[in-house]
Design a protein around this ligand. Structure first.
Ligand code: FAD
Length: 307
């Protein structure tokens, strides 16, 4: 019940100001956000690599309002990639980007986002890694898939994300599985209306399994973005049935969530990539993490009230 309320609050400027200023917020934010600067996130990439994990790095920020901010987002990723290059970490870290941060919602936003993301994809390829386009709310997806297709002409490793809560996703999965794409499948983290998305958790999970089958049987590279133990076990079984080797798919989980499971799956020989978000504009990302698990909200409330 609380999830949709928190997701609605994630779009409110008033709530943004309240949550950002509340004493105790930082302690809870730190669980999900790896740091504010490149300098703070680099040791986390090194530590993950030492533990046999890979990462995908997200410079947090979305819903920008000016072209200048979209350029700043591009430059933040270019700075990050430069640093990874200097440290020889290119093969351990890929990038995750939100096209909204690259200007997708501004006037002429489709072209602007493409123009901003292309140099990031080029720079990533030059150090031996790649970029995945995150999935945001359903109104942005046609543009995201078109940009994905455009980028793949020169950089076929560019990935994208699909969300099992949307009715459209099985069709998207068929297309992406047939054209050999790298695809992250997730349940979906936005507040979506009943006209376009399943509202019932069991329906979302069943759709996830149908989509997993499509991806595993296809010619692409499935990336399983979930902490759900049932879906992880089902993934292993479907991969086995499809005859996929351990390096022909990967698991992905979020920084700060089920960290023991990251290590367990890596120790079993799986590729495990930790989605690691950092930066100062953490509000939207943080609120989605609260919405996913009501216990996080209680923890947050307690932390604020006891400060
Ligand atoms: P759930 O059933 O929600 O959770 C299973 C279990 O995992 C829970 O019981 C709990 O133990 C644990 N857990 C899950 N979430 C939390 C949390 N926030 N705090 C503490 N414990 C938790 N969504 C998008 O819409 N677009 C994206 O591009 C996107 N990228 C993602 C990338 C990765 C690597 C991951 C893992 C998720 C991403 N998501 C994205 C979020 C996703 O859509 C879900 O909202 C989120 O993963 C929770 O779903 P779940 O599959 O973990 O299952």
């Amino acid at each position: 019940m609380l999830g949709p309320v928190i997701l609605a609050a994630s779009r409110s400027d008033q709530m943004r100001r309240f949550v950002s200023a509340a004493p105790g917020t930082k302690q809870v934010v730190d669980r999900f956000i790896a740091g504010e600067t490149v300098d703070q996130v680099v040791p986390i990439v090194v530590d993950a690599a030492d533990k046999g994990l890979e990462v995908t790095l997200d410079v947090v920020g979305e819903d920008i309002t000016t072209v200048e901010q979209s350029h700043a987002a591009r430059d933040a990723y270019l700075e990050l990639i430069d640093r990874l290059k200097d440290l020889g970490l290119g093969t351990k870290a890929e990038m995750s980007v939100k096209l909204s941060m690259f200007g997708q919602a501004l006037e002429g936003g489709h072209e602007l986002a493409l123009a901003n993301v292309r140099p990031v994809v080029e720079a990533a390829a030059a150090i031996g890694t790649t970029v995945t386009l995150d999935a945001e709310d359903h109104t942005t997806l046609d543009s995201m898939f078109a940009i994905h297709e455009e980028l793949r002409k020169d950089f076929p490793q560019t990935g994208c994300v699909i969300q099992s809560y949307l009715f459209r996703t099985e069709d998207d999965a068929r297309r992406l599985a047939a054209n050999g794409s790298r695809v992250r499948i997730v349940k979906g983290a936005y507040k979506e209306p009943a006209e376009v998305a399943y509202q019932d958790k069991a329906e979302i999970d069943k759709a996830y399994v149908r989509i997993l089958k499509i991806l595993m049987e296809g010619s692409g590279y499935p990336m399983i973005g979930s902490h759900d133990p049932r879906l992880i076990a089902i993934t292993q079984e479907l991969a086995r049935r499809a005859g996929r080797k351990l390096d022909e798919y990967e698991f992905q989980m979020l920084y700060g969530i089920r960290s023991d499971e990251h290590l367990r799956l890596a120790a079993e020989g799986h590729r495990m990539r930790v989605y690691t978000a950092y930066g100062t504009d953490w509000y939207g990302y943080f609120m989605r993490r609260l919405a996913e698990k009501p216990a996080n909200l209680l923890f947050f409330a307690r932390s604020v009230l006891t400060k």
